[in-house]
Ligand binder design. Structure first.
Ligand code: CTP
Length: 414
């Protein structure tokens, strides 16, 4: 785990009683061992941590590990031998500044949504009035199940903050969404919530994300491998910082960002129409979408056939798409901040600098995507390129990078 989270404002010593207290809930899931990394990351950032576990979680990681890491008793039983407090769930719920459940199983999510309190962790969740953050981890089919999606929506509508799982190879052998978010991102998200100044309150942030798809015929299209993770992380961070957020995204497999106005589009032209509508009232516009530069001049509404339609399939005439960032950069009025991205394989800074002036952006987030880096990854190493110079950032999770991009945009706004 990288130490980049230390860059946050929490540099207080863990023994400082004024340090915020996070109650870390650990539930029964193979990802429970990653809770130790989350715990260490929070402690390194100066946060005090206490742990509450379900009995099933103890099958995966022993409470001794958490007791050794926190120097605190680990709460498991409502009526067990804990610290002797018969209403332990209430005291735990009352004393914490934030309750983080990581990993959170589908079962515990369901119990929370239904208000079931049948063990110490779920009872504490019900009694908790502090902000609650949940990092789900489960099998892809359980994650996508209608019941789980519904439970998440119910909890999100009650203000529970979700730290979305990532996609990949799952312990059960399936591949898909359901893997616990990277501990670095969980820590960044929690630090963000704890220190969350609503510094974007009253601001409108517009974000573009994902790829665009440009149809050739009824079944074929031109696109690129953008996953939208960066733009979604920016939207998520902006919502948490109090902004009104419009997220215009091409087709991606990410769930809606709670609290953001979602506009899902297909083509670059559709993306431009949606951005044009939102941009006039935007204070900050971040263009992280990988927009297809060209689209087929004609689109067949039926499937083109090999043989009969060879000419149309071999010679696809392309026309240039509108440059959404450049048109907003040109239309930008005083007090609006425009941020572009430049994913480059060579002369990264030189190319970013030329995009900065060509598209009239305030700054460009430049990243090196040679050898497959950047697309679909959970972390990035970028440089901010502006008229006043370059700022190289260390590698960090996309969620933390999102915060840094918005910090930089705020500097321009001020
Ligand atoms: N962009 C845009 N609309 C387009 C093309 C790009 O809004 N039609 C934005 C992207 O969202 C990004 C920036 O412009 O913020 C740079 O995109 P990129 O694809 O790197 O730049 P291009 O101008 O397309 O240049 P090239 O592909 O030749 O590098």
């Amino acid at each position: 785990m990288s130490d980049t989270c230390q860059a946050k404002t929490y540099d207080r010593k863990t023994e400082n009683a004024a340090a915020p207290l996070v109650l870390l809930g650990v539930t029964g899931c193979i990802a429970a061992y990653k809770s130790c990394e989350v715990l260490r990351g929070l402690q390194k950032a100066g946060v005090r941590v206490k742990v509450v576990m379900t009995k099933n979680a103890c099958e995966f990681v022993g409470p001794t590990t958490f007791r050794a890491l926190t120097h605190e008793p680990v709460a498991i039983d409502t009526f067990g031998d804990g610290p002797g407090d018969p209403i332990h769930h209430v005291s735990l719920a009352e004393e914490c500044d934030l309750f983080l459940i990581a990993p959170c199983t589908a079962n515990v999510l369901a119990k929370m949504a239904a208000g079931i309190a049948d063990d110490l962790l779920s009872t504490t969740a019900l009694a908790c009035t502090a902000p609650i953050a949940v990092a789900p981890a489960m099998n892809v089919h359980m994650y996508e199940a209608v019941a789980t999606r519904h439970n998440m929506q119910v909890l999100a509508s009650r203000g529970v903050h979700f730290i979305e799982p990532s996609e990949g190879y799952l312990a059960c052998g399936d591949v898909g969404r359901g893997r616990l978010a990277d501990p670095v991102d969980i820590v960044a998200s929690v630090l963000g919530m704890l220190g969350r100044e609503k510094d974007l309150e009253g601001r409108h942030v517009v974000v573009t994300a994902g790829p665009t798809v440009e149809p050739i015929d009824a079944v074929r299209f031109i696109s690129n491998p953008s996953t939208g993770k960066m733009g979604f992380a920016i939207a998520e961070s902006a919502v948490e910082r109090g902004a009104e957020v419009t997220l215009v995204t091409g087709p991606v497999s990410l769930a809606d960002v709670p609290g953001a106005k979602m506009v899902r589009v297909g083509t670059a032209c559709e993306m431009k129409t949606a951005v044009d509508e939102a941009f006039s009232s935007a204070d900050i516009a971040v263009f992280s979408a990988a927009v297809s530069d060209f689209r087929p001049r004609t689109v067949s509404d039926r499937k083109l056939k090999k043989g009969a339609d060879d000419d149309a399939l071999v010679h696809i005439e392309l026309v240039e798409n509108p440059d959404i960032l450049a048109s907003c950069g040109a239309a930008k009025r005083e007090g609006q901040v425009v941020v572009g991205f430049a994913a480059e394989t060579n002369d990264v800074i030189g190319n970013a600098r030329s995009k900065l002036s060509r598209k009239k952006a305030d700054f460009i987030v430049a990243n090196d995507v040679s050898s497959g880096r950047g697309f679909g990854t959970d972390s990035d190493e970028v440089a901010f390129v502006s008229a006043s110079g370059e700022e190289h950032l260390p590698e960090m999770g996309k969620r933390e990078l999102a915060d840094r991009i918005l910090d930089k945009a705020l500097e321009f706004l001020k």
